[in-house]
Design a protein around this ligand. Structure first.
Ligand SMILES: Nc1nc2c(ncn2[C@@H]2O[C@H](COP(=O)(O)OP(=O)(O)OP(=O)(O)O)[C@@H](O)[C@H]2O)c(=O)[nH]1
Ligand SMILES: [Mg+2]
Length: 358
């Protein structure tokens, strides 16, 4: 699962990427994307690891790609557009900080920037659709086929959506059409998380909470497959350099409950429809990423294909019940450890132990 960090020039994309992935990147003029992996912070896993004291603790992760500034020109570059099409979700960094030393086109207005970039994404998709439609019309003249006709209908519907200036992510589609559209990897169809990069302030905690409303993003953030959050890049960059104890003190001095990165990663996760389940043991405690709605047998497959093949049952307990019981044996005695079959839908925070015959 990969997210692409997009945004106008000099809004703080690379800074965000660097603190998310702790990667050290060189600033560059080219349009190639930097790829990095962010560890998904998980308090549940940390608490279970404190109980089990395993040799290894492995967090879930999300890949982020940092690409050059977006615009009509950049999108004409095939390599650039392809890098963006290949991501599963977009993280759109919006400038909300004031700083005369960092240039920005016009006054700071994140809602306007969000609309403008959305427009560029839609123009790019529209170009693709028009090309495909031309081809389809030619092919349909040669030979009529139900599949081509369905695709034609879908392309017309998508084109109309874009001409109304609505992104494809807001289009309601039946599963077959969703599948037909998937191969095109349209940019305006990708789920999008708007990230306001706000300036430093003394009451950053409540400023961050109010930012989405203050900058007029509630409306676009409440649309289908969209979300919004705020961070302060400057503060996050300082936090990233600290050990846990100093970071906690620093956060409370700003009236912050958690780092903005934690919230941002969690929001990316939600937006992509992902959840984590956990496995525990003396050897390893680990968080695994699966799509919401995953069945127990598929979750087993995420761990190892053999576990899926030889799946018998899953022992399941919610993480906090396990923590409260103190051990699986206690939980079993209390009856809070359940046996579930193949079709059980795994929930976020479930601790799963797969029984298998392999
Ligand atoms: N004041 C302030 N400056 C910031 C903040 N975030 C980034 N900057 C500065 O803005 C400039 C651009 O930051 P980058 O992270 O490189 O921005 P970018 O979006 O990757 O820029 P391009 O890739 O060139 O489009 C740098 O000088 C940063 O130090 C912030 O939160 N506050
Ligand atoms: Mg950059």
């Amino acid at each position: 699962m990969k997210s692409g960090i997009i945004g106008l020039p000099q809004v703080g994309k690379t800074s965000l990427f660097t603190i998310l992935t702790k990667a050290h990147v060189e600033t560059h003029g080219g349009r190639e994307a930097h790829i990095g992996v962010a560890r998904v912070p998980d308090e549940r896993l940390d608490k279970l690891a404190a109980l089990y004291n395993p040799r290894k603790t492995i967090h879930a992760s999300i890949e982020y790609a940092d690409v050059a500034a977006i615009g009509q020109e950049a999108l004409k570059d095939t390599a650039y557009a392809t890098a963006l099409r290949n991501v599963d979700a977009l993280v759109h960094v919006l400038r909300a900080f004031e700083d005369p030393a960092v240039p920005h086109v016009g006054a700071v207005d994140p809602a306007r920037d969000a609309r403008n970039v959305e427009f560029d994404l839609m123009v790019n998709d529209l170009g693709q659709i028009e090309k495909r439609l031309e081809r389809l019309v030619k092919d349909l003249k040669k030979m009529r086929s139900p599949e081509l006709e369905k695709e034609h209908e879908l392309m017309v519907k998508s084109k109309e959506q874009l001409e109304r200036e609505r992104p494809l992510r807001e289009l309601e589609l039946v599963p077959e059409d969703r599948k037909r559209l998937r191969g095109f990897m349209f940019l305006s169809q990708k789920p999008i998380l708007y990230v306001l990069n706000v300036g430093e302030s003394t009451d950053l905690g409540s400023d961050l909470e109010r930012a989405v409303e203050k900058f007029g993003l509630q409306e676009i953030a409440s649309r289908p497959n969209a979300g919004a959050t705020a961070i302060c890049g400057k503060v996050e960059a300082e936090l990233a350099e600290m050990d846990d104890a100093s970071a906690a003190e620093f956060l409370s001095s700003y009236n912050l409950k958690e780092s903005g990165l934690v919230r941002l990663i969690r929001k990316t996760y939600e937006l992509m429809g992902l959840i984590s389940f956990l496995t525990v043991g003396e050897d390893e405690c680990r968080a695994w990423t699966v799509p919401r709605g995953t069945r127990a047998v598929e979750a087993a497959g995420a761990i190892h294909t053999d576990l899926e093949k030889h799946f018998i049952r899953a022992e399941v307990i919610h993480w906090d019940a396990l923590l409260e019981a103190g051990s699986e044996a206690n939980a079993r005695a209390r009856g809070t450890l359940r046996l579930e079959g193949k079709d059980y839908v795994v929930k976020d925070g479930d601790v799963v132990h797969v029984r298998h015959s392999g």
